[in-house]
Design a protein around this ligand. Structure first.
Ligand SMILES: Cc1cc2nc3c(=O)[nH]c(=O)nc-3n(C[C@H](O)[C@H](O)[C@H](O)COP(=O)(O)OP(=O)(O)OC[C@H]3O[C@@H](n4cnc5c(N)ncnc54)[C@H](O)[C@@H]3O)c2cc1C
Ligand SMILES: NC(=O)c1ccc[n+]([C@@H]2O[C@H](COP(=O)([O-])OP(=O)(O)OC[C@H]3O[C@@H](n4cnc5c(N)ncnc54)[C@H](O)[C@@H]3O)[C@@H](O)[C@H]2O)c1
Length: 454
């Protein structure tokens, strides 16, 4: 027998769970189909385990700082197994909460298994079929390993980094890539005192970020003794009997004794096995699903949101899109549209990066140099005045026109991760530089620099 729903979401990650949550609050009969763990990428192999590890690495930095503040610190060794076990327990509790409370309290059905389209109204999961008036595709993406490099498969991706390395900390790590995941993993492993080599294979690191952030992070990577090989390109990977890897580069050099090679060269959308060919849903060349400004595909009752549409691959974006779609479909709130502009984001490096809006380079390109003004500052925050590592903070505001409307805000430094959210509200509301200047500073904190910049 086929079960029928008002709305089915395929994928119980940030986006899928949010749309069924909101729709069910309005009384819709909903189900979510999930082939893996509830919570999707963010909870299981993304934001959450990453942030726990980031805190762990931060503590290693703090132990050194504590010595500089006069504490006699016995530098204990990290018990990697314990950290991973505690992290995994924490995630297990979130999975259980989704299953035992979140879904049941909202009368959302969980269909466990892999979904495939039979036709535009029907989905099959392990031989059973389900129909729905509205279907939301929120299947996210996956990290990949290059297929054209001999031995590349001896390396891992962020998924295995979080799922498989539970016994022993890799001591010598090579990270390939120059984006969010590569830099976050490289810096957290370096913080946890592994030897880290970063290869970005001649591609620009942090390509879309403001130049100030790129340069400051680069300096920090060097200060942290992370080995950056700017142009080395992996030619082949060999695994020895003892499990260690030897990585040969195209320039004839090589790196041996490597415990872990992590490919962090981007993610691909989970569309391949959905049997989309049984529908007329249109996809881009890279497999992401094409939607209009209300997350609707070219098939009227089928929507797509989150990473699968390839717009801004961030958890709060998927959540906001899901909730707003629920509001529009069932809450009589047709104007609750999602804007993909001016989204603030934090990269959990050490120190973190927080950024929103246009980079200086993009602002000049878009509006012309005459209309763009830049305010910036850099300083050693008071916390680091006593520590051996003088980790600088950089802040930059990009303003536009005579009224000096703020169109970009970029920061790197201790604490900026927690600073950005409030400023994001102000910037979204159209704040000008004068509004910032008129705000009385809090003292002594780094954030006061943002309202006192000249
Ligand atoms: C290492 C890493 C760190 C990250 N850190 C951050 C961060 O700090 N902050 C942030 O905002 N974002 C972060 N992200 C990005 C964030 O995780 C994603 O943007 C977010 O999870 C996207 O949500 P989604 O619902 O679109 O997809 P997902 O969370 O990927 O969920 C998709 C779900 O669909 C399931 N699925 C796929 N196909 C099918 C099918 N056919 N049938 C049934 N189920 C299926 C999958 O198993 C998965 O559970 C990180 C990502 C990674 C990889
Ligand atoms: N803190 C956060 O919010 C956070 C953390 C992790 C991921 N994310 C999200 O997940 C998305 C995916 O992250 P990601 O790091 O996989 O992608 P990304 O797009 O940020 O970075 C991919 C990087 O790989 C590089 N690259 C591509 N092919 C390569 C090759 N052959 N050799 C070397 N480098 C290569 C690219 O130049 C790019 O720098 C991000 O764009 C972000 O939206 C967010």
């Amino acid at each position: 027998m086929t079960s029928h729903y008002d709305l089915i979401a395929i994928g119980a990650g940030s986006g899928g769970l949010s749309v069924v949550e909101r729709a069910s609050e309005y009384g819709a009969k909903t189900a979510v189909i999930e082939s893996g763990e509830l919570g999707g990428t963010c909870v299981n192999v993304g934001c959450v385990p990453k942030k726990i590890m980031w805190y762990g690495a931060g503590l290693a930095h703090s132990l050194q700082d504590a010595e500089d503040y006069g504490y006699e610190v016995t530098r204990g060794k990290l018990d990697w197994k314990k950290l991973i076990e505690k992290r995994n327990n924490y995630i297990g509790n979130i999975n259980d909460w989704y299953k035992d409370s979140f879904l049941s309290e909202r009368n959302i059905d969980l269909i466990q298994g892999f979904a495939r389209f039979v036709d535009e109204k029907t989905i099959s999961v392990d031989g059973k079929t389900y129909t729905a008036d509205k279907i939301v595709i929120s299947t996210g993406g996956y990290p990949f390993i290059p297929s054209d490099i001999p031995g590349a498969e001896y390396g891992i991706t962020s998924d295995e980094f979080f799922n498989d390395l539970d016994e022993k900390q890799p001591q010598k790590v090579v990270v390939v890539g120059g984006g969010y995941i590569a830099l976050e993993l490289a810096m957290l492993m370096s913080g946890l005192e592994s030897e880290v080599h970063l290869l970005h294979q001649g591609r620009p690191m942090l390509r879309k970020f403001d130049g100030t952030l790129r340069r400051a992070l680069r300096q920090q990577l060097e200060d942290d003794a992370i080995n950056i090989n700017d142009n080395a390109i992996v030619a082949s990977v060999e695994r020895l009997n003892n499990g260690k890897l030897t990585i040969a580069y195209t320039d004839g050099t090589s790196l041996s004794n490597v415990d872990s090679l992590i490919w962090a060269i981007g993610r691909r959308p989970n569309t391949a096995n959905l049997d989309l060919e049984n529908t007329s849903i249109a996809v881009n060349d890279n497999g992401t699903i094409i939607v209009n400004d209300v997350e609707q595909t070219n098939v009227e009752h089928i929507y797509a949101l989150g990473d699968i549409i390839g717009k801004a691959e961030l958890t709060p974006v998927a959540i906001a899109a899901g909730r707003r779609l629920g509001d529009r479909l069932y809450g009589k709130k047709p104007n609750r549209k999602m804007s993909y502009d001016d989204i603030a984001t934090v990269m959990f490096t050490h120190p973190p990066i927080a950024t929103m809006g246009l980079s200086e380079e993009d602002a000049v390109k878009l509006h012309g140099g005459d209309h763009v003004k830049v305010y910036k500052t850099d300083f050693v925050p008071m916390y680091h005045s006593l520590t051996r590592h003088k980790v600088k903070t950089h802040m930059k505001l990009i303003v536009l026109g005579e009224e000096e409307k703020i169109v970009g805000c970029h920061m790197i430094g201790t604490g900026v991760d927690e600073m950005m959210q409030g400023f994001a509200v102000a910037i979204r509301m159209g704040a000008t530089k004068q509004d910032f200047d008129d705000t009385i500073a809090i003292h002594p904190v780094s954030a006061e620099e943002l309202v006192t910049m000249r």
